[in-house]
Design a protein around this ligand. Structure first.
Ligand code: NDP
Length: 347
């Protein structure tokens, strides 16, 4: 009799039976071209900076990832030092990826980064070849992946020559460890300097990841126009200003919120300072029939040059709620003017 055992394994997802993704996952998400590259990114992507470390609940992390993929979020954003402790978000993602998503690898666009503090000593951060080459290998091991789709230099290095960083990024691609390259937190002059270096070496450099929200509009003046000019994609991180652009802080600081937790980058004083603007923005959102966080995402997706909005979520429900922003992307000129008047102080 013909031995068909090898054929039976083709597309056999039996070991992943505990998770079968939503068959309609591509029906509601929209995808935008990243600069002038071949890559399409979802309008909303998911970041794993918070809620995926060793002090977080793995079942919750798993539910957030499944909710994302079930709703067409194909792009997951990590970095070597996300956690805490450093590295643990990648390790946890690797475990959950193996359990849930391994059969769907080619439907996923997974990013990691290096450049911020990661390990002790002189090679544990910034932009040297030594740091970048070691970090990508560590990340791949933790993530349980052969390659990442996108590898970022996480922040500019004031001392390492940009040529050295650029050549290391090129070699990471040439070694098959990353498909595409990005940069993050670069100033405009640094973007203008590294772009031709990477382009001359034919590096698939496609994207800049920058902080951008209604409460931080600094990239509008120089960086966004320069990205558009250079045909680069832009992905906006902390689009909800770490949760401030929601209605959660309007009546005080909830105990489980990011601002209430220790060792986060959001403090209660910053929340208090921004509250008057937040309250007024909340009124505009209510008049639009949207939640403030939904309006914050819709507003970003209306900005020229923005490829994707990179949200965080501490629960699946938050993510589902954020995805509803896609149902109401249009703004009247009056709404845009009101938002501009309130927030152009953050440019
Ligand atoms: P956001 O501005 O989207 O903040 C996310 C937080 O806001 C959540 O963790 C949650 O906090 C709160 N939140 C989200 N949705 C809702 C909702 N519907 N209702 C109420 N509260 C909500 O983004 P992050 O600051 O988390 O950044 C997103 C990603 O960007 C990161 O994961 C990372 O990948 C990337 N990033 C990159 C950086 C870089 O240097 N390149 C720097 C920072 C981030 P809670 O419930 O805990 O209060």
């Amino acid at each position: 009799m013909l031995d068909k055992s090898h054929l039976m394994k083709i597309n056999d997802k039996s070991q992943y039976k505990n998770y079968l993704p939503n068959l309609k996952r591509y029906e509601t998400m929209s995808y935008n071209r990243c600069g002038r590259s071949g890559v399409l990114l979802p309008s909303i992507s998911l970041g794993l900076w918070h809620n995926f470390g060793n002090y977080d609940i793995q079942a919750n992390a798993e539910a957030i990832l499944r909710t994302a993929f079930d709703n067409g979020i194909t792009h997951f954003d990590l970095a070597n030092n996300y956690g805490p402790p450093y590295g643990s978000a990648e390790t946890n993602f690797g475990i959950l990826y193996n359990k849930n998503f391994k059969a769907y690898r080619d439907e996923l666009f997974i990013a990691s980064k290096a450049g911020y503090d990661m390990w002790e000593g002189p090679y544990g951060n910034y932009g040297s070849r030594k740091h970048l080459m070691a970090s990508i290998d560590q990340s791949l091991q933790r993530l349980n992946l052969d390659y990442v789709d996108l590898f970022y230099h996480h922040r500019p290095d004031p001392e390492t020559p940009l040529e050295e960083t650029a050549i290391a990024l090129r070699d990471i691609v040439q070694q098959g460890k990353a498909l595409y390259i990005g940069i993050s937190n670069y100033q405009n002059n640094q973007i203008e300097e590294i772009t031709p270096l990477l382009r001359d070496m034919k590096v698939p450099f496609i994207i800049d990841q920058a902080r951008y929200s209604m409460l931080d509009r600094k990239i509008e003046t120089e960086i966004l126009p320069s990205l558009i000019n250079n045909n680069l994609g832009a992905i906006a991180f902390s689009p909800l200003a770490q949760g401030m652009l929601t209605d959660k802080y309007i009546d005080g600081i909830p105990t489980n919120s990011r601002a209430a937790k220790n060792k986060t980058y959001l403090d209660t004083q910053t929340v208090q300072e921004k509250l008057p603007v937040i309250k007024k923005l909340n009124e505009i959102a209510e008049q639009r029939g949207q939640k403030l966080h939904q309006m914050a995402i819709s507003w970003l997706l209306n900005q020229k040059g923005i490829t994707s909005v990179l949200v965080g979520a501490s629960s699946p429900n938050q993510l589902i709620d954020n995805l509803k922003s896609l149902n109401h992307l249009e703004f009247t000129n009056k709404e845009l003017d009101l938002i501009d008047k309130l927030t152009n102080q953050f440019k």
